[in-house]
Unconditional design. Structure first.
Length: 301
């Protein structure tokens, strides 16, 4: 009495893939948070090797989700790219967050104004010196804007850094909401790619499982017909058939899969694509049909 363990194995593989996706998602999130913290203390000399190491580990982890090598590489590049953007945009908000946390709201007057020196087409930022009402200079670097928006003598309400490390900012400019939203969007894109790769891996596993009965039938057919041709010989025979078989009245070249027991439909589609044809996935009725244009194409390897 035989026991079909395939039905039991599939739920296990599904649970394993779900757990693996959660692990990869947590890992990507931890890297984004960790690199944000590292970026504030270390330069590119340390960050670049860490990103490269992250990419190498990510290729291995995504491959464990059941994704092919080329797809896992593309997914890794996308996840690393969006993660770098997330960390970079979050880094832009770092000063604003710090100023919001420890800044003191004061009223100051613009006492001096200057423009950056002209450098080709580069935008010229404006810099303003601010003084309190008692005549003392506002702590920190000059207030900087991308355009000339203030005049000497104008009174502003700004956030001043008590430690003098950050430049003062007006209340509207000190908000980090936009940068945080952008950083979160890039992080979600990275995590979404993990979910997409998990789905791709599951879909590929389902296709492989669906082909297993057909593979067993092909092996049984080889035994019955004593067809001992190798897969290379069968592929060569299929190429010759695609070149020489006449097309029917609808323009299809029809072959029968039992003549090529070691060649999958996806592999046959690849061979056909190399000869300028496409494999029809619709209405084959036990045969394989090929034509230059088809209703529904079989994906090839």
């Amino acid at each position: 009495m035989s026991v079909d363990t395939g039905g039991l194995a599939r739920p296990r593989r599904t649970r394993y893939r779900a757990v693996a996706a959660i692990v990869v998602g947590c890992y990507v999130t931890a890297v984004i948070v960790g690199m944000y913290l590292v970026a504030g203390a270390f330069g590119l000399g340390l960050q670049v090797p860490l990103w490269i190491l992250h990419g190498v580990l990510l290729v291995v982890l995504i491959h464990r989700l059941g994704v092919s090598g080329e797809s896992s590489l593309y997914a890794t590049l996308f996840i690393v790219f969006t993660s770098v953007l997330s960390v970079g945009v979050a880094g832009m908000a770092r000063d604003d967050l710090t100023l919001e946390r420890r800044g003191e709201q004061i009223t100051a007057t613009v006492t001096k104004e200057r423009l950056d020196p002209a450098q080709g087409r580069k935008a010229r930022h404006s810099h303003y010196t601010l003084e309190r009402r008692d005549g003392t200079k506002v702590l920190g670097p000059e207030l900087e804007t991308t355009s000339d928006v203030y005049d000497i003598g104008q009174v502003l309400t700004v956030l001043e850094d008590p430690e003098g490390e950050l430049a003062p900012r007006t209340l509207g400019e000190a908000s980090a909401a936009g940068e945080l939203l952008g950083a979160g969007s890039f992080a979600l894109a990275a995590l979404g790619s993990v979910g997409w790769m998990t789905w791709r891996g599951s879909a590929a596993a389902r296709r492989r499982a669906a082909r297993e009965p057909a593979n067993r039938m092909r092996k049984a057919y080889k035994v019955i017909t004593r067809n001992h041709a190798t897969q290379d010989e069968q592929e060569l025979k299929l190429r010759e058939a695609l070149r020489t078989y006449p097309a029917d009245r609808r323009g299809y070249i029809t072959v029968y899969p039992e003549d090529y027991p070691d060649v999958s439909h996806h592999r046959a589609a690849r061979i056909a694509w190399e000869t300028g044809l496409r494999a029809e996935a619709y209405g084959n009725r036990g045969s394989w049909r090929f034509r230059e244009t088809v209703v529904e194409e079989v994906p090839h390897d």
